[in-house]
Write a protein that binds this ligand. Structure first.
Ligand SMILES: [Zn+2]
Length: 273
């Protein structure tokens, strides 16, 4: 983009991804992936087969992506922190138990920390959803917890107490049961507006996510960050096509840092020699 300048000063640490600024707006290309079910035993648009999920996570790991929290992305967009060279946020909405059983071991294998947006009244509700012990286990593993409302309502259609319960009540319930601060929110159905975003901000959240099929993030959208949904039929080439084009060949491949390249070359020389 013409006229886009990298920021200077202490907010642009060496090695971190440079964030573009234009007329005071900070932007960054950071994919935030949304998953719902992983490897559930039924066919559903929102259920990503386990082997596809494994291939997607393998691809991110092999391409040099580092998994970050949504709050870290929001902080970097506010100029209050940095991002790694190739950041990605992996998020799961709704709190399904199949994600705990199937996706968690894959995340663990790669050392990826993901964000779990939970519907506070669904926890412990049935076997389909995680129970509190499972959610506490996520916290103990260093996973990030966000609120996905109290009962998955269209928040734009709620007013007064019912809106407070969706935004503040869900936060309070998660915090009381988990002993952590919950500072990121996911709008059910991606539905939001200026008023809802202001309530989310006033409630103490520092970031919020919606929908949007884009990885272009901006400091003007920290309460409606864009996410890319991964569905049942999102095979690897499609998945890759939705990531930023970083590689010299126009693929989503994140170039490896020079140090890693050096070690790879050295190992190759040792092998050949
Ligand atoms: Zn949802």
């Amino acid at each position: 983009m013409p006229g886009v300048m990298p920021p200077s000063g202490p907010q642009s640490p060496v090695g971190a991804q440079r964030l573009a600024t234009q007329t005071g707006v900070i932007t960054a290309d950071v994919p935030i992936l949304i998953y719902h079910h992983v490897g559930a035993p039924y066919h559903n648009q929102y259920n990503v087969p386990l082997n596809d999920f494994e291939a997607q996570m393998d691809y991110l790991a092999q391409s040099g992506y580092a998994a970050v929290s949504v709050d870290q992305i929001a902080a970097a967009l506010r100029g209050q922190g940095s991002l790694p060279r190739c950041p990605v946020a992996i998020t799961f909405d709704d709190g399904y138990a199949d994600v705990y059983h199937n996706a968690l071991p894959v995340l663990r294998k790669h050392g990826f920390k993901a964000t779990f947006y939970l519907v506070s009244s669904y926890i412990n509700m049935s076997k389909q959803y995680m129970d509190w012990d499972q959610v506490r286990a996520l916290v103990d593993e260093g996973m990030f917890i966000g609120s996905h409302s109290y009962n998955h309502s269209y928040i734009t259609s709620t007013v007064g107490y019912t809106m407070t319960r969706q935004i503040a009540g869900s936060k309070a319930k998660l915090e009381a049961n988990l002993g952590i601060s919950v500072t990121t929110f996911s709008y059910p159905y991606g539905a939001t507006n200026g008023f809802v975003m202001r309530v989310v901000s006033d409630t103490g959240y520092v970031s919020a996510v919606g929908a949007g099929y884009s990885f272009h993030q901006s400091s003007q959208r920290v309460y409606n960050l864009r996410r890319t949904a991964v569905y049942n039929d999102t095979k690897l080439p499609v998945f890759i096509s939705r990531l930023p084009k970083r590689g010299p060949d126009g693929t989503g491949l994140c170039p490896l840092p020079p140090q890693v390249l050096y070690w790879r070359q050295l190992r190759w020389i040792e092998k050949v020699g």
